[in-house]
Structures are given as C-alpha cells and as structure tokens.
Design a protein around this ligand. Sequence first.
Ligand code: PGA
Length: 266
Amino acid sequence: MEIHIVEDADAGATVVADVFTRTVQEAGDPGAVLGLATGSSPIPAYAELIRRHREEGLSFAGSRAFLLDEYVGLTAGHEQSYHRFIRENFIEQVDIDDAAVVSPDGAAIDPIAEAASYDRRIAEAGGVDLQILGIGSNGHIAFNEPGSSLNSRTRVVGLSRSTIQDNSRYFDSAADVPVRALSQGLGTILEARRIVLTATSAGKAAAIAQLVEGAISSRWPATVLQLHPDVVVVVDEAAGAQLQLAEDYRYARRLEIENPLDVTQG
Ligand code: PGA
C-alpha cells in the first residue's frame, strides 16, 4: 500500500485526482473503466477532477463507469439514490456519456437477479481500471459490513446499525434509511486493477489503522485490500492519527519526491 498522510481534504483531493488523471490518460481506446463511489469522502476529488476538466482540458470522453452500490427500494430519480448523487456531484459536470455510467438498479423487481448480473456487466466492460473508495467508521467498503465474506460478490446486503446511523444525516430520520442495499462484494472490488481509498476526520481513524496495520479479517472488511497489489490510501492527519508507523509513511513519500524513479536510465 502507498500511504499518503496529507494536511487536509484539498491536499488529499489533489493526490486522488492525480491517480484518476493518470488512469484516464493511460487508458487507450475506448477509454478507462472507472469505479465510482458515493458518500462525502470522494467529493473533493470529484471537484478537483471537474476543475481539471474545465480549466486544464482533462477529458473523460470514452470512459465508462460502474458505481459500487445502491439502496434497495430507491428509484434512480430518488433524491438520495446513488444513481442521482453521482450525476449531481460528478457526471453532469464532466464529459462522460450518461448512458455509460452504470449502477445497480435499486428498484429492480428482483434485486437478487439484479445483483447476480452486475459482476457480469463489469466483466463484459473489461473490468474496472481504477476504483475509488471511501471507508465506513466500522471499516466497511461499499456496503460490505463487518462479517462480509472476504470473497463476496455483488449481492443484496443488510445495512449495519452504525451505517444506518452514519447515513441518517441524509434522510429525515434513521427510520427513513433503507435497510438493504445492492453492493459490490469484497471479491468484486479486489478485481479492480488499481484502487484509491480516501478518508478524512477522526471518526475514520480506527478503521484506517485497521486497514493499513491490522490483521486481515471480516471484522474490518477494508483489511482485505492488503491483498491487492496496487492500493493508494489518502488520509488527513485526523484519519491517520492512529497509524503506528505514520512517520515511516511520511518518510517514504518524502524519499519518493526527493528521488524520483528515472525509468529512462539503463
Ligand atoms: P462517507 O462514507 O464518505 O460519507 O464518510 C463512506 C462510507 O460509509 O463508505
């Protein structure tokens, strides 16, 4: 894992946007397959990508995208649906074709069949080149709550009490938060070729410490990312506050900046 401990959300957004920019620019025809996340964590990165699109000509033309998850029972047009969230916060402000942005259908008559077909649709697109992730205070990624199989696939899941509590801020009350979601599985997420996870605030500090330095366990589902070969973790000081080796990670990043790898030298 490549751990970046940065001053604030804006500095984190720059690091995450750099990973996106590299992925989009490296993708040949027909463009990158992006794995997009909702929630508050990726918003500064999306804002930075929108700025680069408007001011620096960064183009997402030809890119396709898959969302991580969707609430069961919410239609695409519901104001709290993730289908709508990603359009408002990213898609409508860059040049990705709306029809190329796919998410599980929360209003599907048969959500189990909908989940079962989702991984196939990702595979048919050639797999995800870059997946952006947030993390729950309980260590979940997407809606893979503690206890999730480390090899799980896209499926219908129940939300944990802490997730319902965390997400109730978007609804009138906790009772209005859907109790189920369609969520990519941990095994699905691990198939992305590159992953960038971003978190801010002290509420995420325990989950980040487990993700980076804890034992791999379904108690903290994000720990499964330790098995992935290309993960970048971007946290602010508060979210990184419980990392035992924080100074080592800072040292590693400084060394990289001071000694860039020159691949042109024989
Ligand atoms: P947040 O949610 O980005 O809104 O903090 C992250 C998550 O629960 O996965």
